[in-house]
Design a protein around this ligand. Sequence first.
Ligand SMILES: [Zn+2]
Length: 135
Amino acid sequence: MLNQPQVPDKCPRCGSTQFQLAKIGQYNVISNGGYQSLTKLHDVMVCLCGHTVLIERPQRREDRQSLQNSLEAAQKYRERAGPEQIKAELERDFVTHAEFEALSERVSTLEAFLQQLTDTDQHEGQENGSGDHAK
Ligand SMILES: [Zn+2]
């Protein structure tokens, strides 16, 4: 449990000395599409490696506990998220080069097909037009 506000001189996880100061809290979406915080926002230092350090002591016990739980959950996730999990997530979210090539070929085929249809429509339109003109 955090007893006193403190700014880390270096990240306890990776040793970096550069941080981003961020304000975190719980939010909900309001009717105009914006966000509003449901809780008081608290300062955290976020390291380049993703490690977060709470640098102020929330006044309310529930806030302290909620923040501590969130920081611990995020840290546990990062520790679990090894190369295999990252690879699995990338495979889920991105197409492979072979899949991209196959999709590109399908798009090209569809474009050529649409172009043929457009050309045919224009030809028929011109033929009808010239037919009408000949009358
Ligand atoms: Zn770090």
